[in-house]
Design a protein around this ligand. Structure first.
Ligand SMILES: Cc1cc2nc3c(=O)[nH]c(=O)nc-3n(C[C@H](O)[C@H](O)[C@H](O)COP(=O)(O)OP(=O)(O)OC[C@H]3O[C@@H](n4cnc5c(N)ncnc54)[C@H](O)[C@@H]3O)c2cc1C
Ligand SMILES: NC(=O)c1ccc[n+]([C@@H]2O[C@H](COP(=O)([O-])OP(=O)(O)OC[C@H]3O[C@@H](n4cnc5c(N)ncnc54)[C@H](O)[C@@H]3O)[C@@H](O)[C@H]2O)c1
Length: 453
């Protein structure tokens, strides 16, 4: 039986990072990947959606040039051609590399197969069973499908199908107003679809600060997206060639007819094929449980990335893959620390945050001060005709420690890095005010918010 120092199950952000690092350390590594290396991020997540959102942003910009004295006649936005743009950009980002994502270069073995446990350290990959000294489970997540009566029968799509569509659904209903739901809602709306978003909670982006989420909701509505909050979708049925959702919300009971339903209602750990029981493991509370060092409760079996219920981001998964290898092979004894994780939602303008929201800080009993700075007061935003936005800083009153930063506005995903650097390095709020910021620039909004302390 072939034997490896490390068998990685799942060739996404967490698995590939771990496999490369372990192989570079001279370990004998094998990776099993059921679909294609790159994982959800490359094939159906970050990469395709950001290319498509860029196309949608350019389309809006070219239709609104008159304020700049530029008078152009634009014809139409072709959804299928935008999809082709996305495919080209994916090839550029992916580098047209080999299916093993260059693992063989590092001496790692690659099995393009589903992996499943036979025993804790014996893993079936296709027809073979291989032995693993250490195992990393990095299988990510699959879309969670809410148990709504008639949904399966009526048919729906998830992010995986949405990034592959070649024609635009005329009327789209989106279930869930998390990052996936909102990014797709904006994208399809800008290309001309009639979009309704149904969210069961009273807030869009429920993990974001309430004030930021309210601004986002207003901005989505201005785009022409219909938002129904505190919505309860009772059932779905086929009606007159359409799909009809029956729902109740604070405004009453109604029926929404659409051509397609996009389910973006959260994620579920991808363990369907793994035969976890044979390893002595089980899912608990929507995740594969690990300790702070990424060990599962079975010796020498580790897990990293989305499957563990860590914040569901590529940069987190990749970081965790690195921590796992250092703990398994370098005795690093390094606990994971997700406390300074930048989170971005790439609507337009963007949302970005790091650390605690005002509501979380108050719930934790912390004595805080909150400062806000509006993009409408920021010279660069005004000059760029992008006055929609808000920066919010949450600071511990006594120490000046930055607890959280929240931005809704142009370039938020880039501007948030300054706050993350301060927080990660325990720099107080004064570190921002004592640093010159270029005039006029978007990071000046952070400086102005910090100056209020
Ligand atoms: C629409 C969308 C947009 C997103 N946008 C962003 C973004 O802009 N920025 C960001 O940071 N994050 C984004 N994310 C989240 C990001 O995609 C994930 O956090 C990231 O992919 C997690 O990496 P992972 O390695 O844990 O899992 P995955 O990327 O899911 O990789 C797991 C891999 O394991 C394989 N696998 C599963 N079971 C088995 C098995 N039994 N045997 C072999 N292989 C198996 C799968 O095929 C998959 O390739 C987005 C997600 C979605 C869905
Ligand atoms: N830009 C990014 O970095 C990016 C983009 C997309 C996704 N992601 C990651 O992927 C993760 C998953 O995203 P997501 O948006 O699917 O999940 P989510 O958990 O963030 O949001 C799902 C939303 O669906 C709602 N919901 C669930 N069941 C419902 C129902 N029956 N009816 C109505 N609403 C319902 C939830 O209340 C929630 O607001 C995110 O947490 C994020 O970390 C990141």
């Amino acid at each position: 039986m072939e034997s490896y120092d490390l068998v990685v199950i799942g060739g996404g952000s967490a698995g590939l990072k771990a496999a490369r690092l372990a192989a570079q350390m001279g370990k004998h590594v094998a990776v099993a990947e059921a679909r294609e290396t790159g994982g959800e991020c490359f094939w159906a997540g970050c990469v395709p959606t950001k290319a498509l959102l860029r196309a949608a942003q350019v389309w809006k910009q070219v239709t609104q040039t008159a304020p700049y004295g530029i008078h152009v006649t634009v014809d139409r936005a072709d959804f299928a051609e935008a999809m082709a743009y996305k495919a080209r950009k994916m090839r550029e980002v992916g580098g047209n590399g080999p299916p093993d994502a260059g693992l063989s270069k590092w001496g790692a073995a690659f099995f393009p197969e589903y992996a499943s446990f036979e025993e804790p350290h014996k893993i079936r990959v296709g027809k073979k069973v291989i032995h693993a000294e250490q195992v990393l489970i990095a299988t990510g997540t699959v879309p969670a499908i809410p148990p709504i009566s008639g949904l399966k029968e009526a048919g729906f799509i998830t992010n995986r199908e949405a990034v592959m569509l070649t024609s635009l659904p005329k009327r789209l209903a989106v279930i869930g107003a998390g990052p996936i739901g909102l990014e797709f809602a904006l994208l399809f709306r800008r290309f001309g679809a009639e979009v309704t978003v149904l969210e069961r909670l009273p807030q869009v982006l429920p993990r974001e600060d309430v004030e930021i989420a309210e601004r986002v909701a207003a901005s989505m509505q201005q785009e022409g997206i219909r938002l129904i909050l505190s919505a309860h979708v009772e059932c779905v049925e086929r009606c007159n060639g359409s799909k009809c959702l029956h729902l109740s919300s604070p405004s009453g009971v109604e029926k929404i007819a659409c051509d397609e339903i996009l389910v973006a209602a959260g994620r579920w750990p991808a363990v369907g094929e793994l035969n976890l029981e044979a390893a002595g493991l089980a899912i608990e509370r929507n995740a594969l449980p690990v300790d702070a060092y990424l060990r599962t409760r079975v010796p020498s079996i580790w897990a990293a990335g989305d499957v563990t219920g860590s914040p569901l981001f590529t940069h987190v998964a990749s970081y965790a893959g690195g921590v796992m290898v250092r703990n398994a092979f370098a005795n690093a004894n390094e606990p994971v620390d997700y406390s300074v994780t930048p989170r971005c939602t790439y609507i337009d303008p963007e949302v970005a945050s790091v650390g605690l929201t005002e509501q979380e800080a108050l719930a934790a009993g912390l004595k805080i001060r909150v400062s806000r700075y509006d993009y409408a007061d920021l010279d660069r935003a005004v000059l760029s005709n992008a006055p929609e936005g808000l920066v919010k800083l949450i600071v511990e009153e006594a120490s000046g420690r930055i607890l959280g930063g929240h931005i809704f506005g142009e370039h938020a995903s880039s501007v948030i890095a300054e706050i993350a650097v301060c927080m990660r390095n325990h720099l107080p709020i004064q570190a921002i005010t004592q640093t010159m910021h270029a005039y006029p620039s978007f990071p000046e909004a952070i400086e102005a918010a910090a100056a209020q302390f």
